[in-house]
Design a protein around this ligand. Structure first.
Ligand SMILES: Nc1ncnc2c1ncn2[C@@H]1O[C@H](COP(=O)(O)OP(=O)(O)O)[C@@H](O)[C@H]1O
Ligand SMILES: [Mg+2]
Length: 334
């Protein structure tokens, strides 16, 4: 894996994605800009239905159903993913960019052994690789994700949920990609296993050095793992902030939605666990509210928020889309 530290591994420019349905467009991803540098872990967090998976699938050019990219582009290692031929894409996907899906069971083939699945991934991309070389690499990968190599002979159903997810991670990094998207890689697992997989991801990433876009609805998990966090609401990245600002103790300014998420994290050190959360529900993506999509739930909303969509402005170390900081709002009290 050769990546220039100054050249982004991922550039998303003004990306919009919609599902075309009988009832009209579902605007799942709206005008997203995001850049990831080599070896960086960036978090993408937002409530269910905020468009995280749609964005992840769009990056991989693996959009499902009737989803279409309506605007913008995705570049991996400087190359536009949507301008590649099918053949170029096949060579690129999994070897330069890869993805870990939420459900390990659906990512693995139930009737094939772990060995066959890892070997298939290796040899289908590198025709010059001998069986012996592939087997050697498969063992190396099992060691990397800390599964006994005897399980190369196992079928997915013979492994625990945590082990299956480790196999999925091994397959995702088998070809040494520069960039891995992890879409809720631990959500299906219980809390203890979740923790161990998270530590595993951190350890492997430090060792191998690929960049990760870590997608989760779990704010505290993302804040812990990533160095920067993109906060997604109704298909938009409403804030991009370094993760060290994501504590109630930190003094940096945030988007009101981010503040709501911060307050929703139970404070484990406190005597009393208080979860305030954010009242109301995320909007229907078919009919987004006018102006700022968060305004119906925002305690600070003013008239301008109902009329004009805020553009991102730099506030301290963060980029925030909110009229509190755009200079157009009346009150400045966050
Ligand atoms: N195949 C589909 N057809 C129509 N709408 C869809 C489809 N898949 C997802 N959506 C809608 O797109 C929005 C974003 O979904 P998704 O990207 O899965 O969000 P997240 O991963 O943040 O939970 C949701 O409102 C969802 O209902
Ligand atoms: Mg999702």
């Amino acid at each position: 894996m050769v990546t220039d530290p100054n050249n982004p591994v991922l550039q998303i420019e003004d990306l919009s994605v919609a599902y075309v349905t009988n009832d009209g467009f579902v605007n799942a991803v709206n005008d997203i800009n995001l850049t990831l540098y080599p070896g960086e872990i960036v978090g993408l967090v937002g409530e269910s239905g905020s468009g995280k998976s749609t964005m992840a699938n769009a990056i991989m050019r693996l959009l499902k159903g009737d989803a279409i990219v309506t605007k913008g582009r995705v570049k991996i290692l400087g190359r536009d993913v949507y301008e590649m031929s099918e053949k170029q894409l096949r060579q690129f996907r999994w070897s330069k960019m890869s993805m870990v899906f939420q459900s390990a069971m659906s990512a693995l083939n139930p009737v094939m052994t772990v060995e066959t699945q890892i070997l298939d991934t290796l040899t289908s991309h590198d025709k010059s690789m001998t069986k012996a070389q592939a087997l050697e690499r498969a063992k190396e990968l099992m060691n990397l994700v800390r599964i006994d190599t005897k399980h190369l002979k196992s079928y997915p159903h013979e492994l625990s949920g945590g082990m299956r997810q480790r196999v999925v991670i091994a397959i995702a990094i088998a070809l040494n990609p520069s960039f891995v998207i992890m879409d809720e890689p631990t959500t299906a697992l219980d809390v203890v296993v979740q923790r161990s997989i998270l530590n595993e991801i951190r350890r492997i990433q430090e060792k191998v050095g690929f960049a990760i876009l870590f997608v989760s609805h779990d704010f505290s998990l993302v804040a812990e793992l990533a160095s920067r966090v993109a906060i997604m609401y109704a298909g938009r990245v409403v804030e991009m902030t370094p993760s060290n600002t994501l504590s109630l103790m930190a003094s940096e300014k945030h988007h009101p939605y981010t503040i709501g998420l911060l307050e929703a994290i139970p404070e484990l050190t406190a005597d009393e666990v208080i979860i305030t959360g954010i009242p109301g529900n995320p909007p229907n993506l078919r009919t987004l509210p006018s102006g700022c999509a968060f305004h119906p739930r925002c305690p600070f909303a003013e008239e301008i928020c109902t009329k004009e969509r805020p553009v991102a402005v730099t506030v301290g170390p963060s980029d925030i889309e909110c009229h509190l900081y755009s200079g157009k709002g009346m009150k400045q009290h966050v």
